[in-house]
Design a protein around this ligand. Structure first.
Ligand SMILES: [Fe+2]
Ligand SMILES: [Fe+2]
Length: 375
């Protein structure tokens, strides 16, 4: 146990969080691998305490989850015909054009016309949905691990429902990619690094922190954003259904960790802060979508720095953290160790929204008022 925070380089493998050279040097060198194994040694925990409802909030989530099941094959309007180019063009118009306001003159893509930008938009959508699909598989695997490793019966019950939810999410994203879009991308190297670390950690609460709080917190914000932006009715519906599950998943994380963190020492909390920071960095790095520029024959090292200067891009990034920050605050991670994580999130430009409702709170209000936004 340390009594101070580790230096940034030990946590994320680089000194400067914005070191683009270092970020972009992380690439998959084995993108045609079919199976990916991660070694993990941890305790599978049986509990002989079967008292259902000992943790009433988790019990309520479990009861809700059983009623909120849907069928990815039959409940979505798969008959809708998707003209991807048309959708991408319409989305671009709604978002102020493809160029995102970047000045590309003097770069290798200066000569791109509408055709290239449209192709870029198509690739970008294939990439985005592919990463969501991979992230969903990460959630599937992590939640199965929680079923095994968490010591509380109410949490095992609830997590078992989440396993089914995540299987369905992988299924619908994969089906959407296969039937409606035009190609898969392998998992992004930053995302894979994060999933590997989450699943390799032997402490059950780290699975929750990495997956339910960080990965799913970001997914919830990103799905919300995409749900709002897209003009394609099938994807809109699909995201609406997935989000109705995701808000429950993130609430599960907040409610479980709230209880567990109350018992941890300051040194143990510091390790959780470091892990949250690392996860936030990996997720931010993955959004540079360097593989898309690569596939389009552009040099990501030339384009990405320009992209990062666009104000809308920065707003989007902050928005992605709009669930994570209040949830970390609720768990005490923002303020522990003299506000170390707050400082880190501030450096990353992710600190806004800390006073927004946390997902545990938000979920309960939605239930109480019957205003659950979805499904
Ligand atoms: Fe999911
Ligand atoms: Fe989830």
């Amino acid at each position: 146990m340390t009594d101070q925070m580790r230096p940034t380089i030990d946590i994320i493998g680089r000194e400067e969080i914005n070191d683009l050279e270092a970020i972009m040097s992380v690439v998959n060198t084995d993108s045609d691998e079919r199976l990916h194994s991660v070694h993990s040694v941890y305790d599978t925990v049986f509990t002989w305490d079967y008292e259902k409802g000992k943790r009433p909030k988790l019990d309520k989530l479990y009861e809700k989850a059983k009623k909120a099941q849907w069928n990815g094959q039959t409940d979505l309007p798969w008959e809708i015909d998707v003209d991807q180019e048309k959708v991408v063009a319409a989305n671009a118009v709604a978002n102020g054009g493809f160029h995102e306001g970047i000045d590309v003159s003097g770069t290798s893509i200066a000569r791109w016309g509408d055709k290239e930008w449209l192709q870029f938009g198509v690739e970008s959508q294939n990439w985005t949905l592919s990463q969501f699909m991979h992230g969903e598989q990460g959630a599937l695997v992590c939640t199965a691990k929680i079923v095994e490793s968490v010591p509380w019966i109410d949490a095992k019950y609830y997590a078992a429902t989440q396993v089914v939810d995540e299987a369905r999410h992988v299924e619908v994203f994969s089906k959407y990619l296969d039937d409606k879009l035009s190609g898969h991308y392998p998992i992004n190297a930053h995302l894979r690094m994060l999933l590997d670390e989450i699943i390799a950690d032997k402490r059950w609460d780290m699975t929750y922190l990495g997956m339910q709080i960080m990965v799913e917190g970001l997914a919830l914000a990103a799905f919300g954003f995409m749900h709002q932006m897209t003009t394609e009715p099938l994807l809109k519906q699909l995201l609406r259904y997935v989000m109705s599950d995701e808000s429950r998943h993130v609430a599960f994380g907040v409610l479980s960790l709230q209880e567990y963190y109350a018992e941890l020492s300051a040194a143990e909390i510091r390790e959780r802060q470091e892990f949250a920071f690392e996860a936030a960095i990996r997720m931010r790095d993955r959004f540079l979508q360097q593989e898309v520029w690569d596939r389009m024959g552009a040099n990501p090292k030339e384009i990405v720095p320009l992209l990062l200067q666009v104000p809308e891009r920065q707003t989007f990034q902050t928005l992605l953290f709009s669930k994570i920050v209040p949830n970390c605050k609720k768990l005490g991670l923002l303020d522990a160790a003299d506000g170390w994580l707050r400082t880190k999130f501030t450096e990353m430009g992710a600190i806004a929204f800390e006073d927004w409702a946390d997902t545990g709170e938000e979920y309960e209000t939605m239930q109480a008022t019957g205003t659950e936004a979805v499904a």
